[in-house]
Design a protein around this ligand. Structure first.
Ligand code: PLP
Length: 477
């Protein structure tokens, strides 16, 4: 096919010796042949030999509209021709950035209506921006010591020094002296993995809320600025906190048997409210329809004060992130610059990059025109039914998901949930077999395999994804 010819014609097959690979066991690269993806169309990508893969991870959870979407390409090139770059420093106006900010606020959860948007380039920098906004806000309201941030075990918020500290994954901290001292972590809300013998889901939630409260009291409520949480923990293992009451049966039909703690976010919020601790919703994966709702926080009854998003905002075509803050924070920061004559000293060269904003505006137009959220809601029952079907497999301890995202947790023994000895080794085996069958899925900590296809995936492709994954599980047995 044309795409295969393109793949083989445009790339040499000699691996580069100069590239430092991110999030990679570097010694494992010695003498190995890494997968070399060189082209993509729709939900499929092609390697340098022309082999086709169903890309069931949307790259890194980001390519909502798949590869080769001509309208996004046109939006980017049109913008590059017209105004390839300008910046918003010192109040310069870049109209397309203003237009996108207005659009995002119009789509934002209720608590952020009337709020403001700060643009960056990545999920990591959006979360760093949130930390700086929180510190700035607390300082100008006379609480400069209110700086501590609480993250969660298995949370993922990025890898910059602040966001990487809030991340709760040991491999992000190892050999780097992280987390920095302003960060603390509370437990992960996986009832499957961390619920105690005989403990109900409701008791589990109460225990986690009590743990948060004890931590805030131990640190001193006047020291604690915010609690960061993804609506569902993505890179930490696709861990869902609970089923929310307003979820429609149509989306979740066929997987009611999964165990999840109920009321998790409302319970955590209550504690935060008691001690004037803000809730930051990290929607870098869940934003823009992944769960079947525009925002994951809506799906999980998480009330947020600040919200970070990136990834699907541009479908990964160009880098863009947004840190959204509430009006009351903005007003306090703005008033302080008047009083003290200072500037709000935060901003990147690429804040409000016009090409990224043009792509995001086009993406949101396509979402509305093609009713992407409804499409996710339509496909989700099939996706989730097939996913929970994998739960029957002898290697699978837990199969969990929502909308078009899911994961299987592999175990040595189903009854006792006993993990395999070498964490990730079995998941890595399954992922490798999947690759051989032309399917890209991903290994996550604790022998989890994640699935997160582009939102434009077809019903036939959903079946194909699960057929191939089932095959890979059998290969690994
Ligand atoms: N927050 C969440 C929830 C993420 O999943 C990620 C990346 O996967 C990030 C933040 C970091 O984003 P980036 O890799 O763009 O810095």
């Amino acid at each position: 096919c044309g795409m295969r010819r393109l793949a083989t014609a445009t790339q040499s097959s000699v691996p580069s010796g100069s590239l430092l690979y991110p999030m990679t066991n570097l010694s494992s690269l010695r003498g190995s042949q890494p997968l070399r993806i060189v082209a993509g169309k729709g939900a499929k990508v092609y390697d340098d030999t022309g082999k086709e893969y169903l890309e069931a991870m949307a790259g890194l959870w980001c390519t909502a509209l798949g590869w080769g979407h001509e309208e996004l390409v046109d939006a980017a090139t049109r913008q590059m021709r017209n105004l390839s770059y300008y910046h918003c420093f010192a109040g310069r106006q870049v109209p397309i950035a203003e237009e996108l900010a207005d659009k995002l606020i119009s789509l934002a959860p209720d608590t952020l209506q009337g709020g403001k948007v700060f643009f960056g380039m990545s999920g990591s920098d959006a979360n760093d921006t949130q930390v700086r906004l929180l510190w700035h806000y607390n300082t100008v309201r006379g609480l400069p010591q209110k700086r501590k941030i609480i993250g969660r075990v298995h949370g993922y918020h990025g890898v910059t020094v602040a966001s990487g500290s809030i991340t709760g994954l040991p491999h992000v901290h190892a050999q780097m002296g992280l987390p920095l001292d302003f960060v603390r972590h509370v437990s992960c809300p996986s009832f499957y993995r961390y619920g105690r013998d005989g403990e109900s889901e409701a008791e589990f939630v109460r225990r986690l809320a009590a743990e948060l409260e004890e931590l805030i009291l131990a640190e001193g409520p006047d020291q604690v600025a915010a609690f960061f949480a993804e609506p569902l923990q993505g890179a930490g293992g696709v861990i869902l906190p609970h089923l929310a009451a307003q979820w429609t049966p149509a989306i979740f039909a066929g997987f009611e048997t999964l165990q999840r703690p109920s009321g998790y976010f409302p319970a955590m919020r209550e504690v935060c409210d008691r001690y004037d601790v803000m809730v930051v919703g990290d929607e870098v994966i869940t934003g823009f329809g992944r769960t079947g709702k525009m925002w994951g926080c809506t799906a999980f009854q998480q009330t947020v004060d600040l919200l970070s998003c990136a990834k699907q905002l541009t479908s990964g075509y160009v880098p863009l992130s947004a840190a959204i803050l509430p009006r009351f924070m903005y007003d306090a920061i703005e008033a302080s610059t008047e009083r003290r004559g200072g500037v709000f000293g935060h901003g990147y060269t690429y804040t409000g990059h016009p090409v990224s904003c043009a792509v995001a505006l086009k993406l949101l137009e396509i979402y509305e025109r093609e009713q992407l959220l409804e499409r996710v809601a339509q496909l989700a029952p099939q996706f989730q039914r097939r996913l929970s079907g994998l739960g029957e497999h002898p290697l699978v301890g837990d199969a969990r998901g929502i909308g078009l995202i899911g994961a299987i947790e592999l175990v040595k023994e189903k009854e006792t949930k006993q993990p395999f000895d070498a964490s990730r080794a079995m998941a890595a085996k399954v992922v490798q077999f999947a690759l051989e069958r032309g399917l890209i899925v991903r290994v996550l900590p604790n022998d989890v395999v994640s699935i997160c296809p582009p939102l434009i995936v077809s019903s036939a492709e959903v079946d194909e994804i699960f057929d191939r994954l089932e095959g890979a599980l059998s290969d690994a047995l």
